[in-house]
Design a protein around this ligand. Structure first.
Ligand code: 1CP
Length: 360
């Protein structure tokens, strides 16, 4: 299935390519908008599916993954879809057990405790344990009938390392930071192992039909600027460089890539040099200042505060319109500054999408 180039899969022609044009710096008909975590907990129809199936069963069953990927597109006039999965499928493919507890989040019953635990990881053949994501992507490209592009994604090495050591979400990443200080060589080894698995995984997603790839470095916010540049950035750059090379060798066209490093607004200049087409911003960054930092040749994505979605529709409309006007129509993809949260009213999503399209 994956040996064939995406073009050989007879995918329907793309009708709305504003997302891809924005990512490449080409003119758009309208500002494209999608929302991180747009398929998920704030939708009653997702909750229905979730009642019947375990989280990772949904990820591993292409029909279910495609159904929930489609759900937000039935309600909202979005300009992109993102394949339903999770960043933690990589630690699973490396041999770790990850459970998703409703209302709690991800739980690793046996997190990495000391560098000796690295020997338990199974990097060989890891991507072969993730073919279900490729199957869902290929199925989804057909199901979309060319309506909007399909985004593939992965967690970035530092963020994944954090979950593997903390054993779930963490407010401080204290244990992972102890690794960086006490076991720098082993930390580097783990980050490199993750980088290699991620390159294989993204290559597989492109071959399966992903039209843009987003790297989630959600835990960048826990690192100082120096540590972000030391521990996260080299691997993020490697991912882009190695994937580009890998695709080139096989004469497969590359796809645009987005780097979303939450809390790394301190390093936008550096992020702009890593070969990514799009840089995602969290809501702490001012759009006008961000543009000055990255220059004219990068597309910006973001960055409404997800908490603003709890305001009245009038306020959501005003804040969204102001945001879009600050970013402007060129090289811009509208989004929130982080994932949409579970209690967000549906009307806020409707208002956001409409306000983006009507702002300019
Ligand atoms: O965007 C989409 O609609 C696609 C689906 C998607 C994506 C892109 C999900 C489904 N998860 C993700 C990425 C993801 N997963 C990230 C990066 C983005 C971000 O920072 O928000 C992270 C950190 C995770 C890890 C994760 N998975 C968490 C965070 C835990 C924490 O507090 O640190 C949680 C709660 C999950 C579970 C999850 N993933 C996705 C959904 C819909 C859910 C809820 C699961 C449920 O139904 O119980």
């Amino acid at each position: 299935l994956y040996g064939a180039h995406a073009i050989e899969k007879n995918f329907p022609a793309l009708k709305n390519d504003n997302l891809l044009r924005a990512a490449r710096g080409e003119p758009v008909d309208r500002v494209p908008v999608w929302v991180m975590r747009q398929a998920g907990r704030y939708l009653p129809e997702f909750q229905e599916v979730r009642k019947q199936h375990d989280f990772f069963t949904i990820c591993r069953t292409p029909e279910l993954a495609c159904e929930v990927t489609m759900q937000p597109l039935r309600r909202f006039d979005l300009d992109a879809s993102i394949i339903f999965s999770d960043i933690l499928v990589i630690p699973q493919a490396l041999g770790m057990t990850v459970e998703m507890h409703a209302g709690v989040g991800p739980v690793f019953p046996e997190p990495l405790k000391t560098p000796a635990d690295l020997a338990k990881l199974t990097p060989e053949g890891a991507v072969g344990r993730l073919t279900y994501v490729g199957d869902a992507i290929t199925m989804m490209r057909h199901m979309l009938e060319g309506r909007v592009p399909l985004i593939g994604f992965t967690g970035a090495p530092w963020t994944l390392m954090g979950y593997m050591i903390e054993g779930g979400g963490s407010k401080t990443m204290a244990k992972s930071k102890v690794w960086l200080t006490d076991y720098p060589e082993d930390s580097k080894k783990l980050l490199t192992m993750l980088t290699d698995a991620i390159v294989d995984y993204l290559e597989m997603q492109v071959k399966a039909g992903a039209q843009l790839l987003q790297i989630f470095e959600s835990s960048a916010e826990h690192l100082s600027k120096d540590d972000f540049l030391k521990w996260a950035v080299p691997h993020i750059k490697d991912i882009r460089d190695k994937l580009t090379e890998r695709l080139k060798q096989q004469s497969i066209p590359t796809v645009p890539m987005t780097l979303f490093a939450k809390g790394a607004g301190h390093s936008l200049k550096e992020q702009a040099t890593l070969g990514y087409d799009v840089i995602g911003l969290d809501w702490t960054v001012d759009p006008v200042e961000a543009r000055k930092e990255v220059g004219p040749n990068i597309t910006l994505q973001g960055n409404l505060d997800p908490q603003d979605m709890y305001k009245t529709p009038e306020e959501v409309r005003t804040l969204t319109t102001e945001m879009v006007r600050k970013f402007g129509k060129e090289r811009y993809i509208a989004n929130l500054g982080h994932g949409i949260t579970p209690q967000t009213p549906i009307v806020s999503m409707e208002t956001l999408v409409e306000a983006v399209h009507n702002a300019l």
